[in-house]
Design a protein around this ligand. Structure first.
Ligand code: MTE
Ligand code: MO
Length: 248
């Protein structure tokens, strides 16, 4: 219940943030408010339908081994430098359709309220593993950056390339605001290892494994992703016809 209230409050806040001082000044703005309210209602209905939590497990159920898949070590010189510096000079950039673009250090991210969850990761290649993830809720970052009402998707730009093509992913705003959608810097009570996406990776717990972008360098709010990468919203969607919608 708390989770649902939190997410609804988050949604309301994000829809009302931009230019709230102006509300009520003129007729057209009043009309705009009512259309925003309608939008909020629709968004809430959608959240109610899709807001169910992924199952969370106990410590005893955690997999003794959680394999790493895809990139285990990004090859770029800049990643190597960040890794050598313990990611002290690494920054997460948050941009696109936001009123307040941000560059956040790992210590700033760690200073925000954290969420820990033990969940099952399901890869389309046919393996699953239960692990514990700690990080910051994406909705919190979207509120801090004052994401615009026009944003429909959140894109994740990663530090690694596979066959010379950058890995990237995208999720819609309902998934982005889901309480279990976090940017994790911790795994199984330790600092997130490089093989699993250090310093920061997405956990989007109601989606298949390939959605959970590792090595996230930048987050971008967009209206449309057809002009990004191969236009299908993610590395595997572009390459192998994986479904953009990977809900489980
Ligand atoms: N940047 C990046 N993210 C990625 C991948 C990748 O190769 N690069 N592989 C994806 C796939 S297919 C899976 S199953 C998971 C694997 O996460 P893990 O290495 O923590 O097991 O990461 C996903 N995110
Ligand atoms: Mo996967």
């Amino acid at each position: 219940m708390t989770d649902r209230r939190t997410i609804l409050a988050g949604l309301g806040a994000s829809l009302l943030l931009p230019g709230c001082e102006r509300i009520g000044e003129t007729k057209p703005v009043n009309n705009l408010l009512s259309s925003v309210e309608r939008l909020t209602l629709d968004a809430q209905r959608l959240v109610t339908a899709r807001g169910a939590l992924a199952r969370e497990y106990t410590e005893a159920e955690m997999s003794p081994v959680f394999r790493a898949n895809g990139t285990r070590q990004p090859a770029s010189a800049s990643y190597a430098r960040h890794e050598a510096e313990g990611f002290a000079n690494w920054r997460l950039s948050i941009g696109g359709l936001v009123n307040r673009p941000l560059n956040l250090s790992l210590s700033q991210l760690r200073a925000l309220p954290a969420r820990t969850q033990i969940t099952r990761h399901d890869c389309v290649e046919g393996w699953s593993a239960i692990g514990k993830w700690t990080g910051v809720q994406l909705s919190r970052l979207l509120d801090l950056a004052q994401v615009s009402n026009r944003a429909r998707y959140i894109m994740f730009r990663c530090a690694d390339e596979i066959g010379g093509v950058p890995y990237y992913e995208s999720i819609d705003m309902v998934e982005a605001r889901h309480p279990q959608t976090i940017l994790a810097y911790g795994m199984n009570d330790r600092t997130l290892p490089v093989a699993h996406g250090a310093p920061l990776r997405l956990r989007s717990e109601r989606q298949l494994g390939y959605k959970h972008a590792k090595y996230v360098m930048a987050i971008q709010a967009v209206e449309d992703f057809t002009s990004i990468g191969g236009g299908k919203g993610g590395y595997w969607e572009d390459r192998a016809d994986y479904e953009w919608w990977a809900g489980i």
